[in-house]
Design a protein around this ligand. Structure first.
Ligand SMILES: [Zn+2]
Length: 384
């Protein structure tokens, strides 16, 4: 039987980029409350762990000193010099006074998750506030200030020593560009990102031809899918590519970014997954992630992310999630269910399917899967 830790503190709510910003900190609190209400923290196999902010030594594993200083400045009453050069002061990444501490706390959460798994205290650890995969070495991007995912991976690689192999699986609707970039020339870290094609969505990168460089050639993998891709096509593509790669790579640790902005109701993207498809993808990762560090990510419908992450946490525990949301939480998720009726944990509704888009999504997935197999599989000794 598996054991799992949920990394959580109410202070995660301090990662707040403003009242009109799409990244709502409440979704992490709601996730904690829903996981608890569903009884997943009972029974002795799950625990809640509280993180502390990461120190500069950890931040410097990925970020440039001048960037760390720029992020720190506002909290100490100093202006950021040339903020746009650091991606700060934009609509996506406004400058807020507590941003250093809030972002360092998210990093602390993901590093704590890594340590809990490395110390053998649990087989999986989940930081739902993490997965800030767009942050670059010296630049904030896409709501992300510090790249907790890349820092956790670098920390595992350092602590694990020579020969430790880490697979990063990113199922957010957006390309995991910052993490890919941090390990682009390394073969001890396999990064895989499945996302909506950069032709239609931020950050614009993540084409199939981005496969890594030098020693790392073949160890960066991208699966850019069409807008409107639904459960069936997504799962097919995932199984064709990600399963065989993880099986061949045999990672010691799996770090997964479990963004749920692929959901059909997500306001920022154009994918068409349901929570059933999402949970099925997580179920593909679970058996291959004996030592599993799971992070949150995108997911901008506040009635979706907590349900999806609760389903994901149940997979980390190999526990049964309840069919319905307990009464105490149900009203937060009633949007597709009438008053007084029980609210299912999975979606009550379904996406509208456009036949033309469904055909395009299938054709794009087939092309992309074939191309990834041709470009990447030989590096792993897998027959296409
Ligand atoms: Zn995203």
């Amino acid at each position: 039987m598996r054991s799992a830790a949920l990394v959580y503190t109410p202070r995660f709510a301090s990662y707040d980029l403003g009242p009109s910003h799409p990244l709502r900190p409440q979704r992490v609190k709601r996730t904690y409350e829903l996981i608890r209400a569903c009884g997943l923290l009972e029974g002795g196999r799950a625990r809640v762990e509280r993180p502390a902010p990461a120190g500069d030594d950890l931040l410097a594993l990925v970020h440039a000193p001048e960037y760390i200083e720029a992020v720190r400045a506002p909290g100490e009453g100093r202006p950021v010099r040339r903020p746009f050069g650091f991606g700060l002061g934009t609509v996506d990444n406004p400058i807020v006074g507590n941003m250093f501490e809030a972002a360092a706390l998210v990093v602390g959460g993901s590093v704590l998750a890594a340590d809990l798994v490395m110390d053998g205290k649990v087989s999986a650890a989940f930081n739902p506030s993490g997965g800030l995969h767009h942050a670059h070495r010296a630049r904030a991007a896409g709501f992300c200030i510090f790249n907790d995912a890349a820092i956790a991976i670098a920390h595992i690689a350092n602590r694990g020593g020579e020969g430790v192999r880490i697979a990063y699986v990113d199922i957010d609707a957006h390309h995991g560009d910052g993490v890919q970039e941090a390990f682009y020339d390394r073969r001890d870290v396999l990064t895989i990102s499945v996302h909506e094609s950069g032709r239609y969505l931020f950050p614009g990168t993540g084409g199939v031809d981005e496969i890594g460089e030098g020693e790392g050639e073949g160890f960066s993998v991208n699966l850019p899918l069409s807008p409107h891709t639904g459960d069936e096509v997504y799962l097919w593509a995932f199984r064709e590519v990600v399963g065989p790669l993880l099986d061949a790579f045999e990672p010691d640790f799996v770090v997964s970014q479990l963004g749920v902005d692929t959901h059909y109701r997500d306001p920022l993207t154009h994918m068409c997954l349901t929570t059933r498809g999402y949970a099925a993808v997580v179920a593909e990762i679970a058996p291959r992630a004996e030592r599993w560090i799971a992070l949150g990510g995108g997911g901008y419908d506040i009635t979706v992310a907590p349900r999806a992450w609760t389903l994901a946490f149940a997979h980390m525990l190999e526990a049964e999630a309840p069919e319905h949301i307990p009464e105490s939480q149900a009203d937060h998720y009633r949007c597709e269910v009438g008053a007084g009726e029980p609210v299912p944990l999975h979606d009550a509704g379904a996406p509208a399917v456009d036949e033309d888009w469904a055909r395009i999504a299938r054709e794009v997935a087939e092309e992309v899967v074939e191309e990834v197999k041709r470009l990447v599989f030989p590096h792993h000794g897998i027959r296409a």
